[in-house]
Ligand binder design. Structure first.
Ligand SMILES: Cc1ncc(COP(=O)(O)O)c(C=O)c1O
Length: 365
């Protein structure tokens, strides 16, 4: 029988080879050649001039906001459906998250809700390319430019996705990536900021090194953070990025299988894509028919050794964030009520995904 995995990392011989090499070199901590190599490979992949590796995607979001000078008294618009880290990062800098609704079909931040939420204090918006699906970056860019605020992309889930031919993470002022264990590629834990401005990149490098100009210095010009990526993490990340195209192809194939089997079912919906958007399908997710009990379906799948999970809880469901919400967030709540994430790990094989479709069809027909 197939072993089906939801989002487990695909780590093998190349990762072992680079990790062993890093250990043998003695560079196991925050200095070492793999950090630069990994940063350069991501920059090449995304066609972006600068990348800075960090300990996590959350650290990347925090430092991106900090680098833009966002702090107390400022507002940052974010979507209601995202992983909580997007909101946490806004709170780390002392700014106020302004949580707006997502669109009912793409499940990504609504440009019109964003526009309605703008005040004189708005300093940034964080579009989140949910499950790999690019936001409407054309509209978001127009809105941000017209109102003179930053776009900090949360591209944690969208490595390899494109909008009008350009990679997500490179469409805004700064783009934040995650290499957490469940992402398209992993560096065990890690993140990266992608950007065009080399001066900002240098400043970010300084900030995440405790605001210390380099190794052997002890001269801190401003508040600093210890957010550097380790050489061990980067060794693993480099091996993964060398395999990224095979991962992306596999995820696309899995999505096509799900689509072939499930899209004709009554009231089953896939994420809609904007014109010009190319989803990298980090995680295939669907909305079940209205009358289905999502928890029951997840349990029944689990009984058949198929892991699945609900969507992220909308941010309004967390008590300490509920005061930051705009309106009823109807779409976010409706999507959460019906959403289910399906096995998408690249350790799966096509036959396994076909099997998931067969079981799911039986359960919800
Ligand atoms: C949308 C989103 N933003 C931010 C993060 C945070 O990334 P990390 O876990 O690397 O801190 C994640 C995932 O973990 C995420 O899915």
């Amino acid at each position: 029988m197939f072993k089906i995995l939801l989002d487990s990392p695909n780590v093998g011989e190349l990762e072992k080879k680079y990790l062993n090499d890093a250990v043998d070199s003695g560079f196991v901590s925050t200095y070492g050649p793999y950090v630069t190599d990994f940063e350069n490979r991501i920059a090449e992949l995304l066609h972006v001039p600068c990348t800075v590796g960090l300990q996590s995607g959350t650290a990347a979001l925090h430092i991106a906001l900090y680098e833009c000078g966002i702090g107390p008294g400022d507002e940052v618009i974010i979507p209601a459906i995202t992983f909580a880290a997007t909101a946490h990062a806004v709170l780390y800098v002392g700014a106020t998250p302004v949580i707006v609704d997502v669109e009912s079909d793409t499940w990504c931040i609504s440009p019109s809700a964003t526009e309605s939420a703008i005040t004189s204090q708005t300093k940034a918006v964080i579009p989140v390319h949910l499950y790999g699906n690019p936001c409407d970056m054309g509209r978001m860019t127009q809105i941000a430019q017209a109102n003179n605020f930053f776009i900090i992309e949360d591209a944690a889930e969208s490595l390899g996705s494109k909008y009008q031919g350009q990679y997500t993470g490179t469409l805004g002022d700064l783009g934040c990536l995650s290499f957490n264990g469940n992402k398209t590629i992993t560096s065990a834990s890690g993140g990266m900021i992608a950007l065009k401005d080399p001066k900002r990149a240098e400043h970010i490098r300084y900030l995440i090194n405790q605001s210390n100009p380099g190794y052997g210095f002890d001269n801190h010009g401003e508040i600093g953070y210890n957010y550097r990526l380790t050489n061990l993490s980067a060794a693993m990340g480099l091996a993964q990025v060398e395999r990224v195209h095979s991962f992306l192809n596999k995820k696309k194939d899995f999505f096509q299988i799900y689509k072939k089997h499930l899209s004709g079912m009554p009231d089953v919906f896939f994420q809609a894509e904007y014109p010009g958007a190319e989803n990298s399908y980090w995680l295939t997710a669907i909305l079940l028919p209205f009358h289905q009990d999502v928890d029951r379906v997840i349990h029944q799948l689990k009984d058949k050794n198929i892991p699945a999970r609900r969507f992220f809880n909308p941010l309004n469901t967390f008590k300490f964030m509920s005061g930051f919400c705009q309106g009823t967030l109807k779409n976010a709540n409706d999507i959460y009520a019906r959403g289910i994430c399906l096995p998408s790990s690249t350790l799966n094989e096509a036959e396994g995904i076909e099997h998931v479709c067969d079981v799911l069809k039986e359960l919800i027909t």
